[in-house]
Design a protein around this ligand. Sequence first.
Ligand code: SF4
Length: 383
Amino acid sequence: MKHLYLHIPFCHRRCSYCDFNTYANMESRIETYVDALCAELAMLAAEPQPAPPLSPEAAALRPTIFLGGGTPTMLTLAQMERVLAAAAAVVPLNGAEITCEANPGTVLERDYLRGLRGMGINRLSMGVQSLHDPTLRVLGRIHTAEEARRSFEDARAAGFANISLDFIFGLPGQTLEQWEHTLETIVTWGPEHFSLYALILEERTPLYAQVTAGRVSVPDDDATAAMYEAAMERLDAAGYEHYEISNWTRGQPCHHNLAYWLNSDYLAAGAGAHGHVYPRRYCNMPGIDEYIRAVQARRRPIAETTTLTPTDLEAETMMMGLRLSRGVGFEHFAARCGRPLEVAYGPTLHDLAARGLIEQNEGRVRLTARGRMLGNRVFERFV
Ligand code: SF4
């Protein structure tokens, strides 16, 4: 298998907007969890995996391992090393893009960062989210803007030459001027990659409750759209390529996420992790203890499996691929789905092009500027 996601479901405390599968105050379980994760990886390594033909685009991706969470940087270096050694039996580390999500509140030690780099982790994805300390407090983040900047510099000093920064816009109380100031500042840091997301108010989060109760206000859709436009303009001026709806890079796109956008197969391990090996998608048990118990009983800790039809595969290949600025390649679609794009969606493509929402050239179909603004209307045509 070429791509592997590993979920580390621990956080020091829950951020107010987060609905990820992650748990606070469970530090005592980390060592046992790491044992279970390594055992699950051994099970995955022992299973034969299908090797479907890849399009040139998918074949060109590096192998990838992505340590996400939660907060993977809550693992000690020794625990991280054990996880990587177990992962190496699934995806060879040599030549792989190995990303670790990093919370600036946990990675201030340079020795720790050097240790991560030294064991082969070659990409850091740092969740900074905001440079406004009062907002960081509302979000429940455990770091200040200054700590985030120091973590970034420490990561550079530790030898990380591929760093991605995550920010959120449309935050409580955020103004366009504040966001523009943030953009001005972060381009001077010079990371290789940015992921910028509009705030999504997820039900069952404390922030959702605060906003719906009127205690906290967030910018409206127009103001949030203006922030997105500002990001496109500023990052374009700074030489970043806007290669996916929420992602920009200077020469180092995230190969792991490209695998998702190409609708490639990938394995996933860890509590609540989702994997996709066509024709099946699976989701692991979300609870830390149920996950550990299943693995200790030598069972795959799968909570749910969905069988995908060829129609599902085609729809997902379009919906994921159209997120990319370069769109979906006809050659890629045919290699992944087994029949030509025109045969699967000829009339739909014709109609969307007539409405100015997509365009076709050089063997690819992509969203127009108007299509990007109305992305959901395009995506629903492929379901
Ligand atoms: S650090 Fe990340 S995963 Fe953990 S609670 Fe905050 S947003 Fe969620």
